[in-house]
Design a protein around this ligand. Sequence first.
Ligand SMILES: Cc1cc2nc3c(=O)[nH]c(=O)nc-3n(C[C@H](O)[C@H](O)[C@H](O)COP(=O)(O)O)c2cc1C
Length: 336
Amino acid sequence: MTVDLRTSYLGLELANPLVPSASPLTGAIDTLLALEEAGASAVVLPSLFEEQIVHDALAVADVADFGADFSPEFFGSPVPEIDEYNTGSDSYLDTLVRAKNELGIPVIGSLNGVSPGGWVSYGHKMQDAGADALELNIYIVAADVARDAADVETDYLRLVERMRHEVSIPLAVKVSPFFSSMANMAQRLVDAGADGLVLFNRFYQPDIDLDALEVGPNLVLSTSEELRLPLTWIGILHGRVSTSLAATTGVHSAEDVVKLILAGADVTMLASALLKRGPDHLADVRLGLEQWLAERDYVSVAQAKGSLSQRSSPDPTAFERANYMRTLVTYAPRRG
Ligand SMILES: Cc1cc2nc3c(=O)[nH]c(=O)nc-3n(C[C@H](O)[C@H](O)[C@H](O)COP(=O)(O)O)c2cc1C
């Protein structure tokens, strides 16, 4: 039996729910072609960073125009060494144009920033370069003790509103899970103009090198263990917030994809799995997804989608506090 794997994300009709998320693999044409060949239904390019755009703009032009409403944190920080990852803002647009010319699947551009300054106009440039949608990654580490949650949330919403104003293509917003009221924040992001939510950003926490006595970045790729956080929130939000839902963090296997679809994801995004195993891994995941659905007599992804979300689940408490209590109380330590 063939299973209809099609899904709709941000209003785009996709052949299946497997989308490589932003990573170095999606930044080069040869790997993008390999991902398409392996069955990717769309791709998200690596982010162009606010710092990078401002860095380029400051090198050539008018500080006032670009810097007028940057967050104070921004001016306090040095421009990080990011040129080698995504190169400059112009070559980003070149890659986008090439990707659009050479791929048959939708290409999603990505912007990563925190403040609603002039850099936001790059959303429009990506749209003009042919991006099918834009993913706005808002990566804020709220480390200022003087700013409360409402201040920080307002920053998110202002930025989404500003970007919504800038582009007419679909807009997805990639956020962290660290809000006091995630469900309410999801709704407000949608009200501010997000067509989709990408759940969740994975924070790269620094580590301490005990030999060098230095704090340094230490990028560890994810494992499937990390799937539970997006799984929980996609399960809770499916059917409650009228927006597309994409899962990112911890998607490695066909089983991971199946779980997220049952919870209610429209698409599942992969980065670490593809970095570890290469683009061809996507073909195995696609096959595994199809087989799993066929063996259980599902005719389509659409039929399975959300069938174990909180709203549809026979045990809605499994997503909330009641289950937490039960889980702790019934835990039995292993013997031996
Ligand atoms: C090396 C590397 C580079 C990444 N670059 C970006 C980026 O430019 N923009 C972005 O939004 N996410 C970026 N990510 C995050 C991934 O898109 C993804 O959300 C995250 O790794 C969690 O998914 P995973 O568990 O499949 O790795 C990057 C991840 C890795 C490992």
